[in-house]
Design a protein around this ligand. Structure first.
Ligand code: ATP
Ligand code: MG
Length: 567
């Protein structure tokens, strides 16, 4: 078992049978809703989707797939002030990228504004809603507390006709923002504060990105959400735990109107270590320029981790492994990386790149000569091969040479022999330094008999280094990403930006093997011995590649622990 599996503790059994699946299975077998299953993913278009949303998407689309049902994509766009078209477009792109399809079921809560208005009028007619003239402050003060009941509004017993007239005039834009609200008439003494005559509609003279200036009143989330589910015929409304207290309100609204009643089921939202998943905090990172945007590869957004090099397969695997729970928990970030490594280990081509080049001159290799070696794209899979040139000057990793090697250092050092991967054995003869004493070059010799990596005398070497021929190397910018935060739970800090990792990005000028000069943006590979990398989808150009490190080859957990001095 790897560290990352350990680290995730009980949170990652393989393919868990979760309680939501069990519940839906029960409804299907008992013939509820005629055995039909319809779920929905209902984002509010006020930010980009993040890894937490991926959990909800996988859950909703996964359930419908498993039970032969369908899943709708519905934008919960009832709060016009905060919503933008850019978000709508990014959300659709991200859901598709994750591998799910809402087919022709793309909906907007705003499409239902007229129907929702009709439902509100119906509630008024049934004596179950009233227009309240109190100010927001007065309403708040009369709501009571967890221990004390609230008090009735002086406008609570208004007649139906008067309520209908006032509500129509609210819609017509006769009153200023905040002067009146429509409230449900439930019970100001209910032990559940949510049921103390909650607001259903508020006046807002605001332009809406889809309905324009047609509306001067907008439905509250609680009113719009449960009725949108009902209108679409959603059978199972899956949502996060914070809506558990609201469920009695949804039940009340649906029953008061006598409309189709979806079953709400709550689950715990995903929390990830070293990550923030609150949209408010993510917006802050973007607006304050702490990251370069929503798609910065350090962001936990789907567009960020896609750009970093994550695959939809790895993300779906992650969501499957973490399962769903009824209590809040924290999942280790290393599990996410582990899922990526498992996926890319299988299918990422192996290539050679030197991130911090050290020049090696092979003195007995003829000038102007070039050898070609046939390198397989993958050590185990049949992915074919390509030719990699070798010449008198090659680059190796600075880290792979030590002038004074510590015990157990099997890479290159003065007088030592190592294997250049798939090519020749070389021996270090001389270290060349500049005036400041920095090592700038190694003079080596090679053994022509060791072509392909072995010698007739069967001589063994311990170290194998990756390398790139200097004459053929492609220059590239490589961005080495690390965790964005230095604390395991940045959201719990007073100021989460205070623990932004100053070393979350290091940019190096690397040397790549020539086959990488024309890679397509988004192309993923393993740089041998270094990690998984992805050609940046925005900045990488054929001829001028830019690579992002998606993950190191091994768990970085130990390193993080050390940096933190334990958790
Ligand atoms: P935030 O509170 O950060 O603004 P949100 O829940 O309001 O997030 P929505 O756009 O309303 O964001 O979310 C759409 C769906 O995704 C909802 O059904 C919500 O329950 C789910 N979701 C959001 N965050 C998470 C998370 N961290 N884990 C699981 N599901 C989530
Ligand atoms: Mg929300």
């Amino acid at each position: 078992m790897t560290t990352s599996e350990n680290a995730s503790g009980e949170a990652c059994p393989a393919a868990p049978v979760n309680f939501i699946r069990a519940r839906v299975a029960e409804d299907v077998s008992s013939g509820k809703n005629g055995g039909r299953v319809m779920t929905r993913f209902p984002p509010e278009p006020n930010g980009y989707l993040h890894i937490g949303h991926a959990k909800s998407i996988c859950l909703n689309f996964g359930l419908s797939r498993e039970f032969g049902g369908v899943t709708n994509l519905r934008f919960d766009d009832t709060n016009p002030a905060k919503e933008e078209v850019e978000y709508v477009e990014s959300i659709m792109r991200d859901v598709k990228w994750l591998g799910f399809d809402w087919e022709d079921r793309l909906y907007y809560a705003s499409d239902y504004f007229e129907r929702l208005y009709g439902y509100a009028v119906e509630l008024i007619k049934r004596g179950k809603a009233y227009v309240d003239d109190q100010s927001a402050e007065e309403i708040r003060q009369s709501r009571g507390t967890l221990k004390e009941p609230g008090t009735n509004s002086p406008w609570r017993e208004r007649g139906v006709e008067e309520n209908l007239d006032l509500f129509a005039r609210m819609r017509a834009g006769e009153f200023p923002d905040g002067s009146r609200v429509l409230r449900a008439k439930i019970d100001m003494a209910s032990p559940n504060v949510v049921l103390r005559d909650p607001a259903l509609y508020r006046i807002k003279h605001v332009h809406h990105h889809r309905t324009g200036d047609a509306w001067r009143i907008y439905p509250m989330y609680d009113f719009a959400h449960c009725l949108s589910d009902s209108i679409e015929g959603v059978t199972h409304s899956i949502c996060t735990l914070e809506f558990e207290n609201n469920r009695p309100l949804y039940d009340w609204i649906l029953d008061a109107l006598g409309v189709f009643h979806p079953q709400q089921i709550e689950f715990a939202r995903l929390n990830l270590t070293y990550t923030v998943l609150s949209k408010r905090k993510l917006i802050h990172l973007v607006k304050e320029g702490i990251t370069t945007g929503w798609d910065d590869p350090r962001m936990p957004t789907l567009s960020g981790i896609r750009r970093r090099g994550f695959t939809p397969e790895a993300l779906r695997d992650f969501c499957e492994r973490i399962g769903v729970a009824r209590c809040d928990n924290m999942v280790e970030y290393s599990l996410l990386e582990h899922c990526l490594r498992e996926d890319l280990n299988e299918r990422a081509p192996r290539v050679m790149a030197v991130l911090r080049p050290l020049k090696v001159v092979i003195e007995n290799y003829p000038e102007g000569q070039t050898d070609e070696f046939d390198f397989p794209w993958h050590p185990e899979k049949d992915m074919g091969s390509r030719a990699v040139p070798f010449s008198r000057v090659v680059y190796i990793e600075q880290d792979d040479f030590r002038e004074d090697p510590p015990k157990g250092f099997h890479r290159l050092s003065p007088g030592k022999e190592v294997r250049l991967r798939y090519a020749y054995y070389i021996t270090c003869r001389e270290v060349v330094k500049d005036e400041a004493g920095n090592i700038v070059e190694l003079r080596c010799t090679y053994d022509p008999e060791s072509r392909g990596g072995g010698t007739p005398d069967g001589r063994k070497v311990k170290g194998t280094l990756h390398w790139v021929s200097a004459a053929h190397a492609v220059d590239a910018e490589v961005r080495l990403y690390d965790l964005l935060f230095t604390k395991a739970n940045p959201g719990a800090e007073e100021d989460f930006t205070a623990c932004v990792n100053p070393d979350s990005l290091e940019v190096v000028r690397a040397k790549l093997e020539p086959s990488l000069s024309a890679v397509e943006p988004g192309w993923r590979c393993q740089f041998e011995r270094l990690g998984y990398f992805c050609a940046d989808e925005k900045d990488s150009k054929p001829g001028a590649p830019v690579f992002n490190r998606a993950a190191t080859l091994k768990d970085t957990w130990g390193k993080i622990e050390k940096r933190q001095g334990g958790r």
